[in-house]
Structure formats: structure tokens, C-alpha cells
Design a binder for this molecule. Structure first.
Ligand code: MRU
Length: 348
């Protein structure tokens, strides 16, 4: 599945499969301005760290076109403002900042070129980021699949699949690669309250691909592990610190604790662009606090008493000590992570 993020030459727009209404309806959302892209990111029309990065790369190009229209010769100043707004759309997935910085660095390398020339350059760059993401996921999948055995039931949390990337997926890429290697794999997709990425999106894309998937409520994790029904856990990540601490969808930390208690190996799969080597530990990762409505309501129906506050932290951090390995496109990293990350991903 790769048509969920498309660039339309005819419309000169970014076209996104609307993940808010899957699996019931397959409708597309058109982004023609920076504000459209920010709205799509914040309301989760598109979500998942690498998909956010790809979207942001196209978003930079849309920002440039908008700056040219709005500011004429003053486009560089307007562009800088729009890129700052774009970069702040969501706080936890570092791939957003990574993509905007990549485009800024590209503009800096190009020097004092005209807006039209930069526009052509940035559109090509965004398309390259888009295409490369699929290749990165396939490489990551091959490395990660080393840790998966024939006959395993693999639990995953949230959606770290094709929909969360340009295609193939990170955690689901590991599962897809293991299946391509001939291993017989079953998947347990945790429901992932409140946005239900597991129940709606992971189940949707695996079922569509004919992969054996069963949805479980988030609070069934301990029970399923205690019964020996889970051999491995593989999840994605939104930001990984220099010491290997990994932020991912809320509930991931609880899954890792349960995995530790039951001796189930717990793996993270993420590309190099998800590592934030400016921060030393997970304590420095900003955690998105989303609207209470996602928790208080199911659709239009309110399920909590009026006036009762709720927590809606969208992510948590799993300490490196609970992680058995981190699959990346550069290899399967093992503890001690500070050293492995320095060697494979870069220096701090
Ligand atoms: O809030 P979301 O849906 O953007 O959160 C997504 C996740 O937590 C994913 O597991 C993570 O981005 C990895 S995606 C390959």
C-alpha cells in the first residue's frame, strides 16, 4: 500500500488518504497550503512518524509556493515563518523537524537561487524523501526480521505500518519481511485507545494484505502474555534519544513492562530520521497532550460524565533497558545503545 500519500502533478497538491475515517471509508484529503498540511497533521488525517516526515517535506514545497504568491520578492521571510509553523504542528515525532531541517539545509546549500529554481529543487527533494522511505523500511524490515522466528505471534501497538510511512512500515515492515522470508507469523494488534490506530489501521492494512491479525483490547496485554500467546513484541517509535530511550504511542511502555515480566523480547523498529541525537535521554522528549474529546467521546457519543477531566497524553517513553533491540535501516542495534547508536546512526 503506497497510494495513501500522493503528489498530484495536475492539482499541484498533496493528496492524503484520510486516516481518521478508516477502515469504514476511503476518502482523500487535499493539501494546497501550509495550513492544510498543518491541519492534516494535527487532526491525524496523516500520522505516524515517517509519514509525518514525508508529508512535511511536501509541506515545505507548498509553503514555498505560498510564500511566492503572498510575498513576491519577500518570499524568503514569509517562507521562514511558514516553515516554523509547520515544524510546530506536532511535538513528539522528530521526523517532522528532521524533514523541515533537511529542506532548510538544501536551500542553504543551493545559495542565492531564485524562488522558481528552489521550487523545482524542493519538489524533487520531497519526492526523493518519499521514495527513499519505502526503501529504508524494506532494509529495516530485513534486519528486524532476524529477530523473528517461524511460528511467532508478534504483538504490536498503534500503527507502525504502511500507513504510518510511505509504504511497507517499520514494525509492520519487520513482520512483512519475516513473512517474505517464509516464516509463519500471526499478529496481535493492540486496539490503541483513544484514536484506535491498532483496531482501525493496523488491522485494516494487515487484513488487506492477507496477514493473520487479531485485535486485542489494550488491557488484555498482560493476560495474553501470561497465557504464552505472544512470542515477540515489535513497535515503532516517534523519537529515540541518544541512550536508546524510545517514545511511541501511549501504552507502549506498559506493553514493554508486561513483556519484561513475561520474558517476551521487545523490539523497536525505526529509521535513522527518528533518532534525536541532540537529547541524551527520553526525559527530554516532549510528550503531546491532545484534546480531551478523543477520550471523553466515541464519535459523537460522550462516554464520561460532563465536567470530569481526563488525561490524553499521546505518547510515552520506554526506557532503553526494556528494549531487546532496535531495528534500523543500518542494522539491528543491541545494547549498550549509546555505543551502538553512535556507531550506526551518528555522533551526539
Ligand atoms: O499519534 P500517531 O498515530 O502519529 O502515533 C504514531 C505512533 O506512535 C507510531 O507507532 C510511530 O509513529 C511509529 S510509525 C512507523
Amino acid at each position: 500500500m503506497t497510494d495513501h500519500i500522493q503528489f498530484s502533478e495536475i492539482k499541484q497538491a498533496l493528496v492524503l488518504l484520510d486516516q481518521r475515517i478508516l477502515p469504514n471509508r476511503e476518502e482523500y484529503f487535499l493539501c494546497k497550503t501550509t495550513q492544510d498540511v498543518i491541519y492534516a497533521l494535527q487532526t491525524m488525517v496523516v500520522r505516524g512518524a515517517p509519514a509525518i516526515g514525508v508529508t512535511a517535506a511536501y509541506g515545505c514545497w507548498l509553503a514555498l509556493r505560498q510564500a511566492m504568491d503572498q510575498a513576491g520578492p519577500g518570499w524568503r521571510v514569509r517562507l521562514a515563518e511558514l516553515l516554523r509553523d509547520l515544524e510546530d504542528a506536532r511535538p513528539t515525532a522528530v521526523n517532522l523537524r528532521w524533514a523541515v531541517e533537511l529542506m532548510r539545509a538544501d536551500a542553504a546549500a543551493a545559495g542565492e537561487i531564485g524562488a522558481e529554481e528552489l521550487s523545482a529543487r524542493w519538489l524533487a527533494k520531497a519526492k526523493a524523501v518519499h521514495a527513499e522511505d519505502i526503501e529504508i523500511n524494506k532494509a529495516m524490515g530485513r534486519f528486524g526480521a532476524e529477530a523473528i522466528d517461524d511460528g511467532d505471534t508478534v504483538m504490536t501497538h498503534c500503527n507502525a505500518g504502511a500507513l504510518a510511512t510511505a509504504g511497507y512500515g517499520t514494525a509492520l515492515g519487520v513482520i512483512r519481511a519475516a513473512i517474505e522470508q517464509g516464516k509463519r507469523i500471526k499478529v496481535i494488534a493492540n486496539e490503541t485507545r483513544p484514536f484506535l490506530q491498532g483496531a482501525r489501521l493496523t488491522a485494516y492494512e494487515l487484513h488487506k494484505d492477507g496477514i493473520d491479525v487479531t485485535v486485542a483490547c489494550d488491557n488484555a496485554v498482560g493476560h495474553l502474555m501470561k497465557r504464552g500467546m505472544v512470542q515477540k513484541v515489535v513497535v515503532g517509535a516517534d523519537r529515540i534519544a541518544a541512550n536508546g530511550d524510545a517514545a511511541n504511542k501511549i501504552g507502549t511502555y506498559t506493553v514493554a513492562l508486561a513483556a519484561k515480566a513475561h520474558g517476551v523480547p521487545f523490539y523497536v523498529a525505526a529509521p535513522a530520521s527518528t533518532f534525536d541525537l541532540r537529547i541524551q535521554s527520553g526525559d527530554e522528549i516532549p510528550i503531546e497532550d491532545r484534546t480531551p474529546r478523543e477520550v471523553t467521546h466515541i464519535g459523537d457519543h460522550q462516554i464520561t460524565p460532563e465536567g470530569v477531566p481526563v488525561y490524553n497524553y499521546a505518547f510515552d517513553v520506554t526506557p532503553a533497558g526494556l528494549i531487546s533491540g532496535i531495528a534500523t535501516e543500518k542494522g539491528l542495534l543491541r545494547a549498550p545503545y549509546v555505543q551502538a547508536i553512535k556507531e550506526k546512526i551518528g555522533s551526539v
